[in-house]
Design a protein around this ligand. Structure first.
Ligand code: AMP
Length: 191
C-alpha cells in the first residue's frame, strides 16, 4: 500500500494529476474540496455553512475536515492499493492531527508530491477553470487572491514540515499535464 499527498497552491493541477495517479496506480482519490462540495449539494445545515465559508475563500473548520478525511481513510470499499490525498492537509494542525491518525492505524504517509508553479500561471488556470467548472470560489478575483495569500501564509509552511520528514518531492507544475504526470510517475515508481 502507498499513501500519498498531492500538494500545491490553488490551480496547480492537484485534482487533474490526482485523477490520473488514482487511475494508473489503483489508488483511492480523496479530495477534501470535492467531498465538501458534495456536502453542499445535499443542502444540509452543515452544507449551508460550508458553502458560505468556501464562497468567501476561507478554510472549512479543521474538525469537520478531519472527520471527513478519517471517514474516507477508514472506509475500505474497493480493492485500492493506497490513496492520494488532494487538498489536505492545508495547515500545520491538520498535518499533525493526520500523522497522529495514521499512526493510530499503524500507517504513515510515503510521499508528498508537490506541484511547484509560477503565480501568474496559477491565476490564468483558475480563470480558465472558472469558465469550465463554475466553482463557487473561482469566480471572484478577490476571493482567488485571498486563497492564494492564505496558501502562502498557512499552507506553504507544510513544505518545511514534510521536508523535515524527508517526504517532500517537488515537481515542476508549470509543464503540460502529461509532462507533470510523467515526472510524478517517476517519483511514485521509486517509492
Ligand atoms: P479545493 O477543491 O481543494 O480547492 O478546495 C475548495 C475549498 O474547500 C477550499 O478553498 C476550502 O474552502 C475548502 N477546503 C478544501 N480542503 C480543505 C481543508 N483541508 N481544510 C479546510 N478547508 C478545505
Amino acid at each position: 500500500m502507498k499513501y500519498l499527498i498531492i500538494f500545491g497552491p490553488p490551480g496547480a493541477g492537484k485534482g487533474t494529476q490526482s485523477k490520473l495517479i488514482a487511475k494508473r496506480y489503483n489508488f483511492k482519490h480523496i479530495s477534501t474540496g470535492q467531498l465538501l462540495r458534495q456536502e453542499i449539494e445535499k443542502d444540509t445545515e452543515t452544507g449551508k455553512i460550508i458553502r458560505s465559508v468556501i464562497e468567501n475563500g476561507e478554510f472549512v473548520d479543521d474538525s469537520l475536515v478531519m472527520d471527513i478525511v478519517k471517514n474516507e481513510v477508514c472506509m475500505d470499499k474497493g480493492n485500492f492499493e493506497g490513496f492520494i490525498l488532494d487538498g489536505f492537509p492545508r495547515n500545520i494542525d491538520q498535518a499533525i492531527a493526520f500523522d497522529e491518525m495514521m499512526a493510530s492505524y499503524g500507517k504513515k504517509i510515503d510521499a508528498v508530491l508537490s506541484l511547484e508553479i509560477e503565480e501568474s500561471i496559477i491565476i490564468k488556470r483558475i480563470q480558465h477553470r472558472a469558465n469550465i467548472e463554475g466553482r463557487l470560489d473561482d469566480a471572484d478575483f478577490d476571493t482567488v487572491k485571498k486563497r492564494i495569500v492564505t496558501y502562502h501564509e498557512v499552507t506553504e509552511p507544510l513544505i518545511t514540515y514534510y521536508k523535515s520528514q524527508n517526504k517532500y518531492f517537488p515537481v515542476n507544475g508549470d509543464m503540460a499535464i502529461e509532462v507533470n504526470f510523467r515526472d510524478i510517475c517517476k517519483i511514485i515508481d521509486k517509492l
